[in-house]
Design a protein around this ligand. Structure first.
Ligand code: MN
Length: 404
């Protein structure tokens, strides 16, 4: 009997606990959004989740190009600036003589220099890369360029030869003995190594110091062997691409096109009578119209404003390739420059593409006219604009000699 009040207390506490638990459970459930249809509750969720029919594909994933630099493994110089005293101004009357792919054609180089009346005290020679290999006298060409204190950029042929020589040099002891001509041929380096071994130590040293991109800042001009990707700062360009590229492919645009094709094929096979909704346009091409008249107004954009605006555009990410798939990089470069303020635009002088030969566009000059294949050797002669011209304005003349 003495235990009776004590037991009653325990039962009462347990009952209270049970009731309280059930009450809390029920009120929580009632207040949860999935059970609540009360309009007043909607204020907690001003944007209630709706079913949104947006098909995100792989093409919508973040992509980028040119944010990272290739590690500098082989002492390669990405960029150099032409010294100011060599830059043509109306006052100094100097000229830049920029010559396309020479490929060991020393006799043609000599006659081209005669034709442009090259005067080392007034003119500065710049070679656009691929000065060596293929032709009869690579050492002669390099000697002449060194004698004239010329500038040049590294082309894919210089790069291959320098890499082949470095690779052969790095082998010592037994591996050097084992590195027979067969092994070299097997690696596809025989031709490059043979060409490299015809060069003197001084030639190789001179070639190895050449930059991949030569900037003539006061003229807003870049010299690069193969090309540059528009919208990517020169210091972020991939050196391999600068020496080898021909075209740009747009991975986002490609993926989207493939996605539409797949979806369309599926839709067609699923239900041919279903009304087909037109797919959105596959890409957003930047307009190529140029406000030519408004020269003084500095209309146009900057690299940054274009990057912001085009962050999700299908052509924002362009990958340079050696093949001829996709779009010519020069087309993309010229279109991009025309969107920029005039004072932000750059011209690129390049070589490498003898198939397309001499090409003159507003902001690109292609100078490889196939000399070593019996074509011509081309020089772009650059001078400052005479009288009244704004600082940095220049004019050009193209001169050629026939190669035998
Ligand atoms: Mn080349």
């Amino acid at each position: 009997m003495a235990h009776q009040p004590h037991r009653r207390g325990i039962v009462a506490a347990a009952l209270f606990f049970l009731v309280a638990s059930i009450y809390l459970c029920v009120t929580r459930l009632y207040n949860s959004p999935s059970l609540s249809n009360d309009n007043s509750k909607q204020q907690l969720h001003p944007n209630p989740p709706k079913e949104i029919h947006v098909q995100l594909t792989d093409a919508d994933l973040p992509m980028t190009y040119g944010t990272f630099r290739r590690p500098n493994m082989d002492g390669l110089t990405l960029m150099a600036n032409l010294p100011d005293e060599l830059v043509p101004t109306p006052e100094n009357g100097r000229r830049l003589v920029i010559v396309g792919d020479i490929h060991g054609m020393d006799a043609a180089l000599e006659s081209l220099l005669q034709k442009v009346d090259f005067d080392p005290s007034r003119d500065h020679l710049i070679a656009t890369g691929d000065m060596i290999n293929k032709g009869p006298d690579s050492p002669g060409v390099v000697s002449r360029l060194m004698r004239l204190n010329a500038s040049a950029v590294r082309g894919n042929h210089e790069d291959r030869i320098l890499l082949a020589l470095a690779e052969a040099d790095s082998q010592t002891g037994v591996s050097k003995e084992l590195s027979s001509a067969d092994a070299e041929a097997h690696r596809g380096e025989a031709e490059f190594l043979a060409a490299g071994r015809k060069l003197s130590k001084e030639h190789v040293e001179w070639l190895s110091k050449l930059p991949v991109i030569l900037a003539v800042e006061p003229l807003r001009l870049f010299v690069a062997h193969a090309g540059l990707v528009p919208g990517v700062r020169p210091e972020l360009q991939d050196p391999w691409a600068v020496m080898n590229m021909r075209t740009l492919v747009y991975p986002r645009e490609e993926m989207r096109k493939k996605g539409y094709k797949k979806k369309k094929a599926k839709r067609d096979s699923d239900d041919s009578s279903a009304e087909a909704s037109a797919p959105p346009p596959p890409s957003d091409q930047p307009s190529s119209s140029e406000p030519e008249a408004a020269a003084e107004e500095e209309e146009g954009e900057t690299l940054e404003s274009i990057q912001q605006k085009d962050a999700y555009a299908d052509r924002e990410v362009a990958i340079p390739v050696e093949s001829r798939d996709g779009e010519k990089w020069t087309t993309a470069w010229n279109r991009f420059q025309k969107r920029l303020k005039k004072s932000h635009r750059y011209t690129v002088v390049y070589g490498h593409d003898s198939k397309r030969g001499l090409r003159e566009d507003r902001y690109t000059f292609g100078l490889d006219s196939g000399c070593v294949k019996g074509g011509a050797l081309t020089a772009l002669v650059v001078e400052a604009k005479e009288g009244g011209g704004k600082a940095g304005e220049w004019t050009h003349t193209v001169m050629q000699v026939q190669c035998k």
